[in-house]
Design a protein around this ligand. Structure first.
Ligand code: OOG
Ligand code: MG
Length: 260
């Protein structure tokens, strides 16, 4: 694909973010143009550059489709990744404004914060050595595509649907996170139950995958960045007035409100 085409779609995706307006799948328009996943990651980077030009800074990395439940929900069966910016962070217990959302969904996650830069092929132990702490987390995803319908190319270009994230209290990284119960409620009703083991068998594998992806992106994960491991369960639609809370066994709670 040629640079102008990349830029064209990056701008369309960024406009969809800025205006909260759904767009047709770009893969459909590209038909015949032969877009590869590498091309989609290039579009993702160029679209994220528009955020940086507006003064946002990169605050981390998100892994997506790291659980079977998620892959099944969206019909894409490959692990993907995206970029988190500082303005995407929602204060714990705070409000997330739906004013520029299209069809937002929320999902329970586990977050790592890095104490050292991390990139390349590493073992789980090496990856954990770069971690400062772990926390219960949630991610708001809001596909920029009409009807939340996309293929691998589309969702990668669309920054893996990321829209916002919330972090609970940071906990010691010595806590065993292999198989922790996770439960998400909306207005007190249980909407999702799972285990951290649903995330690639162990969430640290998601961090290992993030390190590898960062090398591919030629952009090491930086000390101070957050890495979201991916959802353990299906994502759930949210609407105005909802109070959403996730409890992760041994790590605690994280919550937020969907506001106007
Ligand atoms: C893609 C993003 C997936 C996760 O945690 O699995 C993701 C989507 O479902 O729209 O963030
Ligand atoms: Mg997610």
């Amino acid at each position: 694909m040629i640079t102008d085409v990349y830029q064209h779609y990056a701008k369309i995706l960024d406009d969809a973010v800025v205006h909260g307006r759904a767009i047709p799948q770009i893969s459909a328009e590209l038909m015949g143009l032969e877009g590869t996943v590498d091309d989609a990651y290039t579009i993702q980077k160029l679209a994220f550059d528009h955020r940086l030009e507006r003064g946002e800074t990169q605050a981390g990395f998100k892994m997506g489709l790291t659980s079977h439940a998620k892959m099944k929900q969206v019909g894409v069966d490959e692990v993907i990744w995206g970029r988190l910016s500082n303005t995407m962070l929602i204060e714990e217990g705070g409000n997330f404004s739906l004013s520029r959302s299209i069809h937002p969904r929320i999902e329970p996650e586990i977050a790592f914060i890095l104490g050292k830069d991390l990139s390349g092929l590493v073992t789980p132990a090496q990856a954990m050595n770069c971690v400062e702490a772990i926390a219960p987390a949630m991610e708001i995803i809001d596909s920029r595509y009409e009807n939340f319908k996309f293929n691998l190319f589309d969702v990668v270009a669309d920054n893996a649907s990321s829209s916002g994230y919330i972090l609970g209290n940071w906990c010691s990284k010595t806590i065993d996170i292999e198989n922790l119960g996770m439960e998400m409620t909306i207005n007190g009703q249980v909407v999702g139950v799972g285990s951290s083991a649903a995330i690639l068998g162990h969430p640290v594998r998601s961090l290992v995958a993030a390190a590898k992806a960062a090398e591919y992106a030629q952009q090491p994960l930086k000390a101070g960045w957050v890495v979201l491991a991916g959802s353990a369960t299906e994502a759930i639609p949210i609407s105005m007035g909802d109070h959403i809370r996730t409890r992760v066994q041994n790590l605690g709670n994280v919550s937020m409100n969907a506001a106007s």
